[in-house]
Design a protein around this ligand. Structure first.
Ligand SMILES: Cc1cc2nc3c(=O)[nH]c(=O)nc-3n(C[C@H](O)[C@H](O)[C@H](O)COP(=O)(O)O)c2cc1C
Length: 177
């Protein structure tokens, strides 16, 4: 069986190289809308989206903190692989479905971007940096609301690499009951 949505799901893969070309406002709006239209537990809509341009110095600061925590001085790339935009998703601290809802929203945006011919990378590696001793500082810079914490980020841009979609072992991951 095949249709446009299934094709987009099948063809998506993570992009770890981007050109400097920026997204158009329409592209960015469409991707954000896909995130905002994602379902949330109890329809709570507890996901907050911080849109950061790839040249914003806060990204370099965050990259430095991530490297410091991981002892990664020699890593060649920054965590967002020079993507022109990085979207940070945060969610309410004390809501049971926050992590699930952030995951659903980020995947909605990933597939929306793919359908527009853009590349994406879901980014979790800055989690500790955003939850550590500089949490308050970074949360303020990203305008994360009080009582919310970072969950996941998404780099988006025009990809210049072309990784094949990952494979999987159906029998290992699926039980037909
Ligand atoms: C929750 C989550 C966190 C991730 N964090 C990172 C990350 O910090 N850095 C990175 O390069 N890739 C990250 N990835 C991308 C995965 O490595 C990638 O999705 C996986 O290797 C499968 O490859 P594919 O996306 O090309 O199918 C993350 C993916 C998910 C779902």
């Amino acid at each position: 069986m095949s249709n446009q949505v299934l094709e987009i799901i099948k063809q998506r893969s993570s992009a770890r190289a981007y050109s400097a070309e920026k997204l158009t406002q329409t592209e960015l709006d469409s991707i954000l809308e896909a995130g905002l239209q994602a379902p949330t537990g109890k329809n709570k809509k507890e996901i907050f989206f911080s849109i950061v341009s790839g040249d914003n110095p806060i990204l370099a600061e965050l990259d430095d903190e991530k490297r410091r925590l991981r002892g990664q001085e020699s890593q060649p790339h920054n965590f967002f692989f020079e993507a022109p935009v990085v979207i940070f998703l945060s969610a309410e601290d004390d809501f049971k479905w926050s992590k699930v809802d952030a995951g659903i929203a980020v995947q909605n945006m990933t597939l929306a971007a793919e359908s527009l011919g853009l590349g994406t990378l879901i980014i979790g590696c800055v989690y500790d940096a955003l939850h550590g001793e500089k949490k308050e500082y970074f949360s303020k810079q990203l305008q994360i609301p009080e009582g919310y914490s970072f969950e996941i980020a998404l780099a988006v841009g025009h990809k210049t690499d072309n990784k094949a979609p990952h494979d999987y072992e159906f029998a290992k991951q699926v039980a037909i009951i």
